[in-house]
Design a protein around this ligand. Structure first.
Ligand SMILES: *Cc1c(COP(=O)(O)O)cnc(C)c1O
Length: 491
């Protein structure tokens, strides 16, 4: 055991206290086994599978054993609806402590005036933010005029009155096929139903966000909310510019940094690229590049904090106290200098991965990356995203298919493969390893042929040349063995 067991090796969380963690997991699995052995078996197998696969899913990571262990306690047993010091249940003193520490770490880490750590997921965080913005913006002067005080005090009839009075419930967000998220106004999502939505895309020639086009759409549409942020856009965003656009049309700027919160926390995105000082409200997940437990958070400027603080009961039920505790531990880890080293490596590795593709003549959306995402256009291999995703999985490489802007193959088959560096960087992968990963992916895709189908070629079926899967499996096993996941952890 060392003085700094949590973070002294950011590339391999937990190496220093592997023995203690191993004992804890062995004990836990033994207890689980006594009740439902199949769950213990699936849990063991998940570790083996994660250790043995090249995980390039851009939204995934590996949390430290400290974060994981924090979730497995009796904090889960407590109901604590309400806010710190103001709960609807008795006996919440320890949950108050946990939530206070988590919120304090979040404020300090991101330099935010206010942090709400209760949301159970990224989508919950966005719903809380939407309602908080509505509550805040609707409060004055329409409410006063209608003789009402606060959105949270409205009766059903008042709501009706308000909806009729309220002209503007318009939301402008990035379109799904340009890399936005379902919750940014995609029609089948509730965000596309709560709001009158319109989306902005990227420049058809360069694939980059076109701020002039966003500004023009904002002037014409006059949204109440502009949402910035993305799940599949491989470039940085200038949030100062987005705020200027929002200010010009009187919109609230909400930034959803679910994907890149780790790059903000690790000070890779600073100045105009740091959303927190520019956005009125910033939402995030905690389990992606931030490397915490599965969950969400909302950060807000003071004028929005009272409304965000009412996320429960407005949107949420009881907070997951054990997960708030794990958020506190993960945020404490992210405040260590080692996390900044990790975040910089995530970005550097994405460069190495992109360069690995470019020098092998594979097409990339926007021609490269400057964040943690690489969006490979697989039409250069004559494949759909669906075929590429499946062929890569046959060779032990886990990715997800993704639309590219104006995708000719639609949202189901797609033409892209989204790749991210956060997870393998946690294992310790460096630039040379990511160049090798690009080589292996190109090897698989170059050896994949679409199958013949009635009237042309199939968008789903494919054949992989003999020996490819075996060759790539063997090569990736070498990379994985050299960069073990949870080194020293034995079950
Ligand atoms: C992943 C993601 C979410 C949703 O997070 P969940 O925890 O899965 O609900 C929301 N917004 C963006 C931009 C995301 O990338």
């Amino acid at each position: 055991m060392t003085a700094d067991p949590v973070t002294s090796n950011a590339a391999a969380p937990g190496a220093e206290y592997a023995e203690t963690a191993s004992a804890a997991y062995r004990a836990a699995l033994q207890v689980i086994e006594s009740v439902e052995p199949r769950i213990a078996a699936a849990t063991r197998k998940e570790l083996a599978d994660q250790r043995d696969s090249l995980k390039l899913i851009a939204s995934e990571n590996y949390a430290s054993p400290a974060v994981l262990l924090t979730m497995g306690t009796w904090l889960s047993d407590k109901y604590a609806e309400g806010t710190i010091g103001h709960r609807f249940y008795a006996g919440c003193q320890n949950v108050d402590t946990v939530e206070t520490i988590a919120a304090e770490h979040a404020r300090e880490l991101f330099g935010a005036p206010y942090a709400y750590v209760q949301p159970h997921s990224g989508i919950d965080a966005n719903l809380v933010a939407f309602w908080a913005i509505l509550a805040t913006r609707v409060e004055a002067p329409e409410l006063a005029e209608a003789g009402l005080k606060h959105v949270n005090d409205l009766s059903e009839a008042d709501w009706e009155k308000l909806r009729n009075k309220l002209g503007n419930q318009r939301l402008l967000g990035m379109s799904l096929d340009a890399g936005g998220h379902l919750t940014h106004g995609f029609r089948p999502n509730i965000s596309g139903k709560m709001f009158h939505q319109r989306s902005y895309g990227t420049d058809p020639d360069t694939g980059f966000l076109d701020y002039g086009a966003v500004a023009a759409a904002a002037r014409e549409f006059k949204p109440l909310i502009i949402v910035a942020g993305y799940s599949a856009y491989p470039r940085r965003v200038n949030f100062a510019k987005m705020r200027e656009i929002a200010d010009e049309v009187g919109a609230t700027l909400m930034v959803d940094m679910a994907h890149f919160a780790g790059l903000v926390a690790g000070k890779v995105f600073t100045g105009d690229e740091d959303p927190v000082p520019h956005a009125h409200v910033t939402t995030t997940t905690t389990h992606k590049s931030l490397r915490g437990p599965r969950g969400g958070m909302v950060l807000a400027q003071p004028e929005y904090s009272d409304a965000v603080d009412k996320g429960c009961p407005m949107v949420l039920g009881g907070p997951l106290s054990h997960v708030m505790a794990a958020k506190a531990v993960a945020l404490a880890e992210a405040r260590q200098p080692a996390f900044q080293t990790y975040a910089q490596r995530v970005a550097d590795n994405a460069q190495a991965l992109a360069n690995g593709f470019l020098k092998r003549d594979a097409g990339l959306v926007t021609g490269g990356t400057d964040n943690h995402i690489v969006l490979l256009d697989v039409t250069s291999f004559g494949l759909t995203g669906r075929q590429a995703e499946s062929a890569l999985l046959d060779a032990g490489i886990v990715t997800n298919r993704n639309s590219v802007p104006a995708d000719p193959n639609g949202a189901w088959y797609t033409s892209g493969i989204r790749l991210g560096t956060p997870a393998l960087t946690t294992r310790g992968f460096g630039a040379d390893d990511f160049d090798r990963v690009a080589e292996l992916i190109v090897d698989v895709l170059a050896n994949t042929q679409p199958s013949a189908a009635a009237g042309g070629v199939s968008k789903a079926k494919y054949t992989l040349a003999d020996g490819t899967a075996e060759r790539v499996h063997a090569a990736s096993a070498e990379l994985l063995d050299a960069n073990p996941l949870y080194p020293g952890l034995t079950l």
